[in-house]
Design a protein around this ligand. Sequence first.
Ligand code: SAM
Length: 396
Amino acid sequence: MNSINTENHMFVLHFENRLDVTKLLSRSILIKFAISLSVEAQSYEQLFHELKNKPEVIENYDVPDESFALRFFAIGRKKKLDSIERIKMFLEAVQFNHAPICLISPVNEFYLVEEYDHPTDENPRKIFFGKLWGEGRSELKTKYNLRERCYIGNTTMDPELSFIQVGFPMHLCSLIEHLKANLAMVQPGNLVFDPFVGTGGLILPAAEFGGYVMGTEINYQTARAKGRSSRQGDKLLSIVIADSSKHAIWSSNAKFDVIVADPPYGVREKARKTVKNKKSDANEDYIQYQQKEDYDLEAAFCDLLNLAAMTLVMNGRVSFWYPVILEKYCSENLPTHPAMELLSNCEQPLTRKTSRRLLSYRKVREPIANEECEIRKTGVSHYRDCLFSSNKKENC
Ligand SMILES: C[S@@+](CC[C@H](N)C(=O)[O-])C[C@H]1O[C@@H](n2cnc3c(N)ncnc32)[C@H](O)[C@@H]1O
């Protein structure tokens, strides 16, 4: 059984087939690399002893027409180690007699990894040796770096987090349960919708993974810059300037494969909803002229889950960030809907008193008339007060 200790940097996992590893790597922004593990040891003495007992680990690849490279990594240690020394020491003990060395494009690439418990430890906790299977997608962080984008806002989602949300469940506690199921699980050709689209930080990774993306945004100024930073090929369908709480804008035929959202919790951006103008106004059809009022946060999350139950295809997913006041948090207090099953709940700590949770649900059936999201009064609506006040204990 696979188990994960989140204190460690290296995880030893069992996969039924290699395709699962390839899929995992193709979607993971946080995984550096995966190796097929040959030996795991507590010291070099033990490592060399075990490799001696398993000569096939080297012999299978020690052939003249297959070049090789050995790479060394020390993980969790502050002071740099001399990698060349380590590699020399390894190759003296474990000899390749036939395979030529090639550092640029070797046929076989081996990894020697030392994992340290504490940055100042002299000796590693574990040493791993194995053949490289592939690398993760850390390059996506650079590709979608906020500094390189021509248009961002003060709540534009960080690319690392948005790729975790849309890509793979890299909060490691949920890795195993969701190995065959990404958080939002965007597949090529999916229709992906963000009801609080802002500058499009969340639909970008969805487009990168082949989804056709669209969103609603209440703020005319934000929405006017549609697609300027968020266009990924020809995948952006539309940004509708609209209030996402008004579900009547969707026809009963509207079906999304995936909904992703980072609703405003009132810290840098307020949740707003439109109200009918008291006086009739010639411009009232234009959302920028419509009167708006505060949108209670608990109501906003209920509306989001109701929208998901109504507009998602069967088995479609909704994944959104949910702010939490730690003192009041317990999983029973999370929003529920009879037609939606909670699949994963990953925490991102924010302050001493607050965190936010990335919640992902799957639609399990069509909602029956009058079925609605339920949410217990957990103080989420006071999230902002709690974050900024040290004394207003009554709200936290
Ligand atoms: C936290 S930001 C989302 C940021 C976005 N993920 C990005 O990367 O830019 C929330 C957005 O929701 C918008 N918003 C607030 N209330 C709304 C509503 N009722 N309908 C649609 N958008 C709304 C805000 O204007 C803001 O742009």
